[in-house]
Design a protein around this ligand. Structure first.
Ligand SMILES: Cc1ncc(COP(=O)(O)O)c(C=O)c1O
Length: 399
């Protein structure tokens, strides 16, 4: 079938494809250790589910305003004030079907054909493709493991051209687990101050999963004067184990939010009314489950990192946030598995799934060739089991 040309510039999400293959194997009765998930393995806390049940019982099942109910937008404004020290009015907030839709709407709203968006690599796979779908050009600026994946301000500035429209910050980062400190943000802000037309997107979705011992900071905490060109994106998926509910939100300057709202008006309209009620309960309710989850993730991270560090040829920097370890497996490349030299992260992921029943996402599609992304949204027992399989894999390599 003839499809639109703009689809030529994008590809299916490699993480979803790998997950699908791992799930199919598991469904066929295979004992697969899954480290590919991009979602918490915890259940949505009960008080949040109860709010949804109540919404249903009350018949709260109709369209809402496209941007979300006034009640939810007020709860989001309160959250942004309380947690992040940011002041927004409800008309500066739009609720979408996941943070993903907020980002999609943003790129659709601001990019003309050929406009460039700077993305620090390795990066979440969806950013470049969303930019491409909006006819923009993703400009991938590499970051380095030895710098803690913190972007180099000089490199950032050299990537800016007259076509650059926006830059994406994602801290804690998927896939690296890197975190932008106040100091690192300060250096990036100095570049932004020299380029006043650049818009900033700060994707704060992993805000609550932070292991630095320091409070979460984002660009507007360092540079409040950038508020008129910054979009804050966040959501319920990761902090409240609500990936399936599809609830995210964005806050920003009024004209930008109005434009994003208009795009959403003509595409999906509002996020689910029931989910919005649940989101109010999440944002206004007790945070103990969020804290418990974050503590458990930290314990798992330490277990995973210790096990990986003991593997010859593997190097790992403890992630400072999110729930992914991003080990460097360059020391394994060229070594032989069943006589065949390992060629790259995609090859390693294939071998791990096919021969060790372990689902690991290759770093290559994230712009991190020579790395794997292993999610610790898996129980400690699963992590132990996976580490044993990884030991078998590395121990069995020759050459
Ligand atoms: C960096 C990042 N941003 C945004 C999202 C989207 O989250 P959601 O659409 O579930 O809110 C994800 C999900 O994997 C992510 O990793």
């Amino acid at each position: 079938m003839k499809l639109a040309r703009r689809l030529d510039s994008i590809k299916p999400s490699p993480t979803l494809a790998l997950n699908a293959k791992a799930k199919a194997l598991a469904a066929a009765g295979e004992d697969v250790v899954g480290f590919a998930a991009g979602e918490p393995d915890f259940d949505t806390p009960d008080h949040i589910k109860q709010a949804a049940i109540q919404a249903l019982a009350e018949g709260f099942t109709k369209y809402t305003a496209t941007a979300g109910t006034p009640e939810l937008r007020a709860a989001i404004c309160d959250k942004l004030k309380k947690d992040n020290g940011l002041t927004y009015a409800p008309e500066q907030v739009v609720v979408s079907n996941g943070a993903k839709q907020c980002l999609y709407n943003f790129f659709q709203a601001v990019l003309d054909e050929g406009d460039e968006v700077i993305i620090f690599n390795p990066a979440w796979v969806s950013y470049p493709d969303m930019v491409a779908l909006a006819a923009g050009r993703p400009v991938l600026v590499p970051t380095r493991e030895e710098d803690g994946w913190v972007p180099d301000p000089g490199r950032f500035e050299r990537a800016i051209t007259p076509r650059t429209r926006a830059v994406v910050f994602n801290s804690p980062s998927n896939p690296t687990g890197g975190v932008l400190s106040a100091e690192a943000l300060g250096a990036l802000v100095r570049v932004l101050e020299r380029h006043p037309v650049l818009l900033v997107v700060t994707d704060d979705i992993y805000e609550k999963l932070l292991y630095t011992g320091r409070p979460f900071v984002q660009v507007l905490n360092i540079a409040p004067h950038l508020a008129d060109r910054t979009l804050v994106v966040n959501g319920l998926s990761k902090a409240f184990a609500m990936t399936g509910w599809r609830l995210g939100y964005a806050a920003g300057p009024k004209p930008l939010i109005a434009a994003m709202n208009m795009i959403q008006d003509q595409s999906t309209s509002n996020a689910s009314s029931i989910g919005q009620r649940a989101a109010v309960a999440a944002l206004r309710g007790p945070m103990d489950t969020v804290d418990l989850m974050a503590r458990e993730f930290l314990a798992r991270r330490d277990l995973f990192v210790a096990g990986l560090q003991a593997l010859p040829g593997v190097r790992v920097r403890p992630p400072e946030g999110a729930f992914y370890v991003f080990p460097n497996v360059q020391g394994l490349l060229g070594r032989r598995h069943r006589g065949k030299a390992l060629q790259g992260s995609v090859h390693i992921s294939q071998v791990l799934l096919d021969d060790y029943r372990l689902a690991a996402v290759p770093g290559e599609p994230f712009g991190g060739e020579g790395y794997l992304r292993l999610s610790f949204a898996a129980s400690r027992a699963t992590i132990e089991k996976g580490l044993a399989r990884l030991r078998d894999f590395v121990g069995g390599l020759t050459g």
